[in-house]
Design a protein around this ligand. Structure first.
Ligand code: PEP
Ligand code: MN
Length: 345
């Protein structure tokens, strides 16, 4: 349920409505807007009687939200959410590009790749220190050492870093270093991890599960917002279909579908969708064309030596081409590639 306050409702009037909501054992989420304040209500297991609130001073209307998601919906917040990640703004009209290797392999590797993607125009650096691998015998990531490498390379390049928290055990450690904490596709419905991510104090990049519907993705994000963290960026990274010409199928239609329902930004990850380097550029074009808020791309300067996802890694040169294409394509859909802040130039 959503309570829309009258334009002239002052802080005390809003506070009185919040008190009334909380006195019923419900949670109130005031959402100040340019024109008026709205107050979202969650925690109601059944139907809440609108009459309870309609007659309170300052209340304009009470809207029943029929969808299972609430805080992530545009009914709760009509304007696009812009998430600030170490000074890089994701959401709104500017496109943002996250680039880097699948895994942090060594300081030298990260430094070389970070330098190249920065020169090519990347806004954020990625690299997994804790890796979700299908096989227990595959490279599992450098762990804490990987986080230290990321922190050092951020210091040297000025690029904010995005890295995955694989489980609750490492979440705090990851959140301490990361500018944005990634929740991977396989963990999209790890509800205890989502709740903790909602309290971690950092922006969260939530990747869509390989068999998750858009509703399930939004409900997973709802867990994070419900814990008080509204700095959530979604990511479409391909879903599992019968197609076997790519690793996954990039569900480009999910991007406008999410944007219609939700105020949260959504990126596309063409690398994990394609699973092969030669499809990363065309899928990036498609993602920009449907209106994604940005891209996350895996880049490695020695792809054949990559310790994970070698087949889908594009080279720094190919990445440079990709950035150029995104820059020229963006205006066609009313966007532009975000600039670099003075600190990172
Ligand atoms: C990744 O981004 O490194 C990753 C493992 O992606 P996903 O969770 O989408 O498979
Ligand atoms: Mn990967």
């Amino acid at each position: 349920m959503l309570i829309v306050m009258k334009m002239n409702a002052d802080a005390d009037t809003v506070g009185a409505v919040v008190e009334k909501i909380e006195s019923r054992g419900l949670k109130a989420h005031p959402i100040p807007g340019a024109q008026r304040t709205a107050i979202g209500i969650t925690g109601n297991l059944g139907v809440v009687e609108p009459g309870l609130f309609e007659t309170l001073p300052g209340v304009l209307e009470v809207i029943q939200v029929s969808h299972p998601y609430k805080l992530v919906s545009r009914e709760f917040r009509p304007d696009d959410t812009v998430v600030d990640v170490g000074g890089v703004r994701i959401g709104g009209t500017d496109l943002v590009i996250i680039a880097g290797p699948c895994s942090v392999e060594s300081y030298e590797q990260m430094r070389r790749i970070a330098q190249r993607v920065k020169e090519a125009g990347a806004h954020l650096l990625r690299g997994g220190a804790y890796k979700p691998r299908t096989s227990p015998y595959s490279f599992q990531g450098l762990g804490r050492e990987g986080l230290e490498i990321l922190a050092r390379v951020r210091e040297e390049t000025g690029l904010p870093v995005v890295t995955e928290a694989l489980d609750i055990d490492v979440l705090d450690e990851v959140a301490e270093v990361a500018d944005m904490v990634q929740i991977g596709a396989r963990n999209m419905q790890n509800f205890s991890l989502l709740k903790r991510a909602g309290r971690c104090g950092k922006p969260v990049l939530l990747k869509r599960g390989p068999s998750a519907t858009v509703t399930e993705l939004l409900l997973a994000a709802e867990y994070i917002l419900d814990q008080g963290n509204d700095r959530v960026v979604l990511c479409e990274r391909g879903i599992r279909t019968f197609a076997d010409h790519t690793r996954n199928t990039l569900d480009v239609s999910a991007i406008p579908a999410v944007q219609r329902i939700s105020h949260l930004p959504i990126l596309a990850d063409p690398s994990h969708a394609a699973g092969m380097a030669n499809k990363v550029l065309p899928l990036s074009r498609a993602a920009v064309a449907v209106g994604a808020n940005g891209l996350m791309v895996e880049v490695h300067d020695r792809p054949t030596e990559a310790l994970s996802d070698a087949n889908q890694a594009i080279t720094p040169d190919q990445f440079e081409t990709l950035v150029g294409v995104v820059r020229s394509l963006a205006p066609v859909v009313g966007r532009r590639l975000a600039g670099l802040s003075a600190a990172r130039r």
